[in-house]
Design a protein around this ligand. Structure first.
Ligand code: AMP
Ligand code: GLY
Length: 423
C-alpha cells in the first residue's frame, strides 16, 4: 500500500521511520516532509491544508492511506473532505473528522465534553467580550495563580498562567477585546489552577475500540529547570516513571474509556489518536487538555517503543477492527532530546549547515526543521532534530541522547541537558 503522511516535523519523520518497517508498505509519500523523511520515501512540496493538491496527489499516486500529523488540517476538516469526495472516500484517514477535532480546536467544547461525561477536569467558566464583567467577577472568586485559555488554536501559545488577579483581568480584556490571539481568543476559558506533575497519555482508537499507547512526559520550556519561554517541546521521556499500574488503571477507567464512550454517545465518529494531557494531583489524574494528534516530541519517544506493525494497526483503525490486534511494547525507556536553533522560540536563523549526523551510533536521528540542499543537510526551523535512545534506565537512555547531541554540529545549536530532571 502507498501511504501519505502529512507534516514536516520530528513527529512525521518518526511515523515515516516506523511505517517504513512494515511489510505492508509499498511506498511512502510525505507532504511536505524534511531531510529525514526524504531518505524513507518521496517528499512532495504540498502544504498540509492544501486539500485540492492533496487530492491530486492521492489520485495520481494511488495512495491507500493518509496519516495526518498536525492538528490544523484535522480542525479544518481534511477527513470530512475525503469522506465527501467520490474519489477519496475509500481512503482511510488516520485522524478524526472535524466534529472530533473540536476536542483540540475549542477548549470550551473540550470542557463541556469533559463535564458532560463526568471525566475529572478543573472547574471553569467561558467568557466572551459580551460578558467581560462576569469574567472579572469569576476571577475574583478564584485563588492565584489564574489560568486563562484562548478557546481556539493558537499554536501552543494560547494558555496564560498569571500570579495576580489584576494581571489576569488585564490579560482577559486583551484576549477578548483586543484579539490578543486573533480569533482564537474571541472566547476565553478561565479554569482552576491544578498543582501537580504533568504526564501525557496517548490513545489510538477506531471509534469503538482503543489501545492505550505508552505514556510520555515532555519538557516545554526553553531553559534548564523548566524556565523561560514555552516551546513546542524540548525533549520527552517514555514511559513516565511515576505512571505505575495503579495510576494507569485510574487513567483508563476514569478518563480513557469515558472519553471513547463519550464520543460514541455524542455521535462523534473518531478514528485516530487522542493525546490526553493530564496533571497528577496527589495520585488523582485530572485532564488539562485533549489533542487530536500525537505530540511532538512525545512521538519520538513513544513510537519507537511500539513493536507491533503500526501500518497494520492503522488499517485496523480504518476498518474498525482494532479489538482484533495486540499492541506489543518495548519495556525499555526511550528518551528524545531536541536540538534547536539559537534564539528559538523567538527569532532564529535558518540554513545552517549540519554535520556529524552520520557519526551518531547510539541514537535514532529524527529530523524536524531540516532540509536538503543538494547533498547537504541544513537547518530549516526552530526545532531541528531529535535524538532518541533506548536504555534499561531513564538515565542510561538520556546519556546516549546527550552524547549524540554533542556529535551533531551546526551554528547556534542548543539543547537542554536536564531533560528528566524532575523524575
Ligand atoms: P494546554 O495548552 O491546555 O495544555 O496548557 C498549556 C500548559 O498550561 C499545560 O501544559 C500546563 O502546564 C498548563 N496548564 C493548563 N491548564 C492548567 C491548569 N488548570 N492548572 C495548571 N496548569 C495548567
Ligand atoms: N509537545 C506538545 C505537543 O505536541 O502539543
Amino acid at each position: 500500500m502507498n501511504v501519505l503522511i502529512l507534516g514536516s516535523g520530528g513527529r512525521e519523520h518518526t511515523f515515516a521511520w516506523k511505517l517504513a518497517q512494515s511489510p505492508l508498505l509499498t511506498k511512502l509519500f510525505i507532504a511536505p516532509g524534511n531531510a529525514g523523511t526524504d531518505a524513507l520515501g518521496e517528499n512532495v512540496n504540498i502544504k498540509v491544508d492544501d486539500f485540492a493538491a492533496i487530492k491530486t496527489l492521492c489520485v495520481d499516486k494511488q495512495i491507500g492511506m493518509v496519516v495526518v500529523g498536525p492538528e490544523d488540517p484535522l480542525v479544518k476538516g481534511i477527513h470530512d473532505f475525503f469522506l465527501a469526495d467520490a474519489d477519496l472516500k475509500n481512503i482511510p484517514v488516520i485522524g478524526p473528522q472535524k466534529a472530533g477535532a473540536e476536542l483540540e480546536g475549542s477548549k470550551d467544547f473540550a470542557k463541556e465534553f469533559l463535564f458532560r461525561h463526568n471525566i475529572p477536569t478543573a472547574g471553569y467558566q467561558t467568557f466572551t467580550a459580551d460578558n467581560l464583567e462576569e469574567g472579572y467577577a469569576f476571577l475574583d472568586t478564584l485563588k492565584a495563580p489564574y489560568v486563562l485559555k484562548a478557546d481556539g488554536l493558537a499554536a501552543g501559545k494560547g494558555v496564560l498562567i498569571l500570579n495576580s488577579v489584576e494581571e489576569a483581568k488585564a490579560e482577559l480584556k486583551e484576549m477578548l477585546t483586543e484579539a490578543k490571539f486573533g480569533a482564537a481568543s474571541a472566547k476565553v476559558v478561565i479554569e482552576e489552577f491544578l498543582d501537580g506533575i504533568e504526564l501525557s497519555v496517548f490513545v489510538l482508537t477506531d471509534g469503538e475500540n482503543y489501545k492505550v499507547l505508552p505514556t510520555a512526559k515532555d519538557y516545554k520550556r526553553i531553559g534548564e529547570g523548566d524556565t523561560g519561554l514555552n516551546t513546542g517541546g524540548m525533549g520527552a521521556i517514555s514511559p513516565v516513571p511515576f505512571a505505575d499500574d495503579v495510576l494507569m488503571e485510574k487513567i483508563e477507567t476514569r478518563i480513557v474509556k469515558p472519553t471513547v464512550d463519550g464520543l460514541k454517545k455524542d455521535g462523534i465518529p473518531y478514528k485516530g489518536f487522542i493525546f490526553i494531557g493530564l496533571i497528577n494531583v496527589d495520585n488523582e489524574p485530572i485532564v488539562i487538555e485533549y489533542n487530536v494528534r500525537m505530540g511532538d516530541p512525545e512521538t519520538e519517544a513513544v513510537l519507537p517503543r511500539i513493536k507491533s506493525d503500526l501500518l497494520e494497526l492503522f488499517q485496523a483503525v480504518g476498518n474498525g477492527t482494532l479489538n482484533e490486534k495486540t499492541l506489543e511494547l518495548d519495556p525499555r525507556y526511550a528518551t528524545a532530546v531536541m536540538m534547536v536553533s539559537g534564539g528559538y522560540p523567538e527569532a532564529y536563523q535558518k540554513g545552517k549547515v549540519m554535520t556529524g549526523i552520520d557519526s551518531v551510533e547510539d541514537s535514532i536521528v529524527f529530523h524536524a526543521g531540516t532540509k536538503l540542499e543538494g547533498t547537504e543537510v541544513q537547518t530549516n526551523g526552530g526545532r531541528v532534530m531529535a535524538l532518541t535512545s533506548f536504555g534499561d534506565t531513564m538515565n542510561e537512555a538520556l546519556a546516549k541522547s546527550f552524547a549524540s547531541a554533542e556529535k551533531v554540529k551546526f551554528e547556534g545549536k542548543y539543547y537542554r541537558t536536564d531533560i528528566g530532571f524532575d523524575l
